[in-house]
Design a protein around this ligand. Sequence first.
Ligand code: HEC
Ligand code: HEC
Ligand code: HEC
Length: 370
Amino acid sequence: MRSNSRTDLCLAWAVLLLAAFTWVLAVCFADEPQAEKPTGEKPNGNNKCYVCHPSLKTEEITTVHLDIGITCDECHGPSVEHMHDEMLMTKPDLLFGRAEVEKMCSNPTCHKLGGDRYVYGFEDHKDHTAVKAFYKKWLHRVRPNGRFITMKSVCTDCHGTHNIVMEVESDEKNWLTAFNGRDLTGWRPSGAASWACRRGQLIGMAGTNGKGGTLWTDAVYEDYLLAVTFRATWPIHAGIWLRAAGSERGPRIEIFENHKAAAFTGSIWIPAKGLALLNLREDLVDRESWNTISVKVQGKRFQVWLNGEEVGAIRVDGPAKGKIGLHIETHPAYKAAKLCVREVLIQQIGKPEKSAAKPDTKPATSGSDE
Ligand code: HEC
Ligand code: HEC
Ligand code: HEC
């Protein structure tokens, strides 16, 4: 229902865009060559959005489009209600999930493609050397925008930092690699699962009869950003423990599928409480390839992204600091469960701003772990 109306909206918008673009073209061709270039800021330009999105003022996607007179409105719709909603509950008129980006940008009136391709691809890029150089630098790495670059990356993975995902305090230099790529220095296993380092990857496997276990960091972390890049052999029930202090444990981010609860990878499970945040989108995880779970842990707030898409945030009472653990859950039917981890990046961040103590919101939904 929601996605249908979204498709309709997108179509409607595509038509509008087409009209707008035809108009722009008409104006361009009608003008004398010495005519003024668009000055960028029109009276109905981006200022109204910058009020609350100041960081987008200098961001690539915004600036390159603004230069040719394409404002926020043209992609996101006028979004009047969004702008005036003090409770911040109303979304802009048009939003694009990561999966919709390529289609949205590869509109023939915007980024024209050659051949019978349906997305603006490598061949359509004018500067192939630049794209190759980009891949050389970023392939299989997380960009500062929180996006993991693969051969299947979409436009906004590579272009700009338009997605606000990890922008908050992330600073490329300050990321620490918790896994050195050579051995298990800094990590300690417990339980029956086996952990080894092979070809630069950390590989966890379920023990006999699908017995589980955890690989813990030696270090204890308080408030941090975490990005774990992994691929799994399915079926699997694995996860990432956050702030585990001995037997007292903070939440765990799940790598699993739980059809009963309709919850998928990126959901949060809390010991003795159950599933507290559900990722309902099964398609966010790539079962055949690498995925990045990013987390922001600050005060009592836990916020999760999977492959750059925000899953959600919840507030949880629990230990104020603790270890991070890569986990394989015992499951008698998942004897071949295997979790490969290529990168564990951690960035310590400051405490949440001291605002008047907000009441803790209840977990979004509760369910039970299988
Ligand atoms: C009064 C402040 C305010 C103004 C003005 C405003 N925004 Fe926002 N916008 C926000 C906040 C706050 C969020 C983050 C809300 C959230 O986390 O869901 C947001 C989120 C968004 C998102 C992402 C929504 C999502 O769910 O991913 C888009 C897109 C967006 N704004 C576009 C715009 C555009 C386009 C304009 C100008 C037409 C605009 N905003 C003007 C406050 C504002
Ligand atoms: C793997 C990363 C990557 C992806 C994915 C990507 N681009 Fe690019 N793109 C680049 C690089 C690198 C350049 C050259 C340097 C620059 O302008 O940033 C570039 C340049 C461009 C340019 C400038 C002119 C040209 O054609 O070279 C446009 C327009 C463009 N990209 C549009 C897109 C669109 C639209 C998409 C998605 C359908 C996309 N790009 C996907 C990396 C990428
Ligand atoms: C050329 C089209 C285009 C323009 C212009 C544009 N956006 Fe976007 N915007 C997108 C697309 C596509 C996405 C989805 C990006 C993604 O998830 O990779 C997006 C996503 C966003 C998000 C959500 C990011 C997140 O991480 O959830 C915000 C906020 C946003 N835009 C705000 C703005 C504002 C404010 C402006 C103007 C200053 C603007 N956009 C101009 C196309 C555009």
